[in-house]
Design a protein around this ligand. Structure first.
Ligand code: NDP
Ligand code: OXD
Length: 309
């Protein structure tokens, strides 16, 4: 079996040994533009160059080295019929839950104020937390959003979730579809975005939706940069509607140094690290799926191209 590995990772060779541990018979090719191959059975990719799919090939499936397939789906020349499998959790949901919980706790437990007090040598107890003052709303309740929502519900915050289907999750108030979006936002103070980027979700975090949140809101975006209309966020902050935003993803990455987010006092940003792809978990999951395909079975995680996720 031939596997083509095409990512922008300059140390892509590091993936070979763990892949061979799981699939000892495999012939693994790291993408080389000067020596392209067209006879691979499977491709494992993350933001691959378009040339990977430029020529006719014998691929049976593509594996995306991440949960979100937005970049892959817009790649010119991507074969229309080929099945695409994405990463399902693979160690990312726990990372995301801790990233989000960290920022929710930072805000709701007045940690910044205590740091200021420490700097001034002040010993003073602030008002204890009232969890009902911190209703949390999670956009997207898939592998990532569900873990985020249940983690925060486990800390007794009032948590609601918004998805397409409105599938119930214990301890999480369900909201579904466009018709319930406004009521979901209207009961939410901390808005956490874990949606996939699709034509339906692009620009969803705009002035209209942000100004529908409860006063003094906090916005945490770990989905994709194109969910957020950047200048609408700045306007909502400047008008006092949003007290703070935590952003891990951006329309352009790396975020250009002249972008106002870098220096905005109410914005905390991180360089797309809220949930990293973990090599061991990822290789295990993809190899298990390849083995299923080779034995004629259908693995989970198949992308529905019509829906875009
Ligand atoms: P899933 O496919 O498991 O979940 C997607 C969720 O979004 C589902 O609950 C789905 O609803 C909901 N959804 C999709 N479209 C809509 C819509 N139009 N209206 C309402 N709900 C919608 O994805 P994951 O949880 O695995 O990943 C989500 C995203 O997180 C990724 O696509 C990626 O963009 C981002 N991500 C970011 C990372 C980072 O480091 N910043 C790391 C990993 C992921 P339903 O349940 O009804 O289908
Ligand atoms: C992903 C990501 O989608 O890392 O997995 O952003």
């Amino acid at each position: 079996m031939k596997i083509l590995f095409a990512t922008e990772d300059p140390k892509a060779e590091r993936w070979k040994a763990p892949l061979l541990e799981q699939l000892s018979q495999a012939d693994i090719h790291i993408w080389d533009a000067a020596n392209p191959i067209t006879d691979a059975d499977y491709a494992i990719v993350w933001q691959p160059p378009a040339e990977v799919f430029a020529q006719a090939h014998s691929l049976k499936a593509i594996f995306n080295l991440g949960a979100g397939v937005d970049a892959l789906l817009k790649l010119p020349g991507l074969p229309a019929e080929l099945p695409i499998y994405r990463l399902e959790d693979a160690g990312m949901s726990a990372q995301m839950a801790e990233y989000v919980a960290y920022h929710v706790i930072e805000a709701s437990r007045d940690m910044a104020l205590y740091r200021e007090q420490q700097a001034d040598g002040v010993w003073k107890m602030l008002r204890p937390i009232r969890r009902q003052d911190w209703p949390i709303g999670v956009l997207g309740l898939g592998q990532i959003g569900k873990r985020v929502a249940t983690t925060l519900a486990g800390l007794d915050y009032p948590v609601a979730g918004w998805s397409r289907s409105g599938q119930p999750i214990e301890g999480v108030e369900p909201f579904a579809g466009q018709t319930q979006l406004k009521s979901f936002l209207g009961r939410t103070r901390v808005l956490i975005n874990t949606l996939p980027l699709t034509p339906d979700t692009r620009d969803l975090l705009n002035y209209d939706t942000l100004s529908s949140l409860l006063p003094d809101a906090v916005v945490i975006n770990v989905g994709r940069g194109e969910h957020l209309v950047d200048h609408d966020l700045i306007r909502a902050i400047d008008e006092g509607l949003i007290r703070q935003a935590v952003l891990d993803v951006f329309r352009q990455e790396p975020l250009p140094i002249e972008h106002p987010f870098w220096r905005h006092p109410s914005i905390t940003l991180t360089p797309h690290v809220s949930a990293r792809t973990l090599r061991d978990e990822t290789v295990q999951q993809i190899c298990d799926k390849i083995k299923l395909l080779e034995s004629g079975k259908s693995p989970s995680g198949l992308i529905d191209r019509q829906r875009g996720y």
